[in-house]
Design a protein around this ligand. Structure first.
Ligand code: SF4
Length: 296
């Protein structure tokens, strides 16, 4: 049983294995299930992720409120027909992250990893990174195990809840999990994976949770898109040999302290930030009156 990233790294060294192996062994011990049973469960989760990451691209998916929807289709069309700034791989990932969050906001089926609000980041990262190097389903399952191990550490030592720690805890955790997963998928070391995860959280430290009208739509959906780009950039930095000056465990502690010091208005109450901008208030009032047609 591990509680800190440095313990996971130590175990990977002792056993000459990857983070995903440590996570799988730990999960097997805790649940008294075989490694194969656990991998099958993760395979099912992967299938849900793949569907959610694609269905919003195949078909415009509007949220129940009508506030968001169709941005995954737009991104995919854009990357197919125009010269993008970030290139095809990044735009594929953005489209997938938007798709999952649009599916979530439409009350569709998603895998809440780490949460429903941040459910677009890990799938977009793992599916896109695997596609880029032609990695198979088993490699994607390993990547998801690594992501879940990083998420467990954040949950144990801090929080993955926007209500407790702000969006840094939700989209930050998602980006950290995704960054570590990509690094392992690309053959990086466990140290590199945790460096990528640490840099991902550091890049989003202090981000508040301020959903407009109390809905997990604005700014959440687009934060999933930028979350996966954050994860990809951090994975590349770590694979290039860039380390995090502040170790992962200390970054997580800092994130928790920052979350605790955020005022309640900026922790999912919709009493501050973007939620109380003039436009945010107008949207809230119109939705309360059931006036969807004049939102924009
Ligand atoms: S803004 Fe709040 S509700 Fe939206 S994704 Fe971030 S933490 Fe979740």
């Amino acid at each position: 049983m591990y509680h800190k990233a440095h313990e996971v790294i130590k175990e990977t060294k002792e056993k000459n294995c990857r983070i995903s192996d440590v996570v799988l062994q730990n999960e097997s011990k805790l649940t008294e299930r075989s490694a194969e049973e656990i991998r099958e469960k993760v395979r099912e989760v992967l299938r849900v992720m793949q569907d959610a990451a694609q269905s919003g691209i195949d078909k415009e998916t509007k949220s129940v409120s009508g506030l968001i929807g169709g941005n995954a289709v737009k991104t995919d069309q854009f990357r197919k027909t125009k010269q993008t700034v970030c290139g095809d791989v990044v735009n594929r990932a953005i489209a997938r992250a938007l798709s999952s969050s649009e599916v979530n906001a439409s009350m569709g089926r998603i895998a809440a990893m780490p949460t429903a609000g941040a459910a677009g980041i890990v799938p977009a990262a793992v599916i896109t990174a695997a596609e880029t190097i032609n990695a198979d389903e088993n490699a994607m399952i390993d990547a998801l195990l690594t992501a879940s191990g990083v998420g467990q550490l954040i949950k144990k030592n801090a929080t993955i809840s926007g209500a407790e720690g702000g969006c840094q805890a939700e989209c930050g955790a998602g980006a950290a999990m995704a960054a570590a997963a990509i690094v392992e998928l690309y053959g990086g070391t466990p140290e590199m994976a945790f460096d990528a995860a640490a840099i991902a959280i550091k890049s989003i430290l202090g981000l508040v949770c301020d959903p407009v009208a109390g809905l997990v739509e604005v700014p959440c959906s687009k934060r999933n898109a930028t979350g996966v780009v954050n994860a990809m950039a951090c994975a590349d930095m770590a694979l290039a040999g860039i380390t995090s000056v502040i170790p992962f465990d200390e970054v997580v502690d800092a994130m928790y302290k920052i979350g605790k010091s955020l005022p309640a208005a900026l922790r999912e109450t919709s009493l501050g930030g973007l939620a109380t901008t003039p436009t945010g208030e107008t949207i809230r009032c119109r939705l309360m009156k059931g006036d969807k047609d004049t939102l924009f």
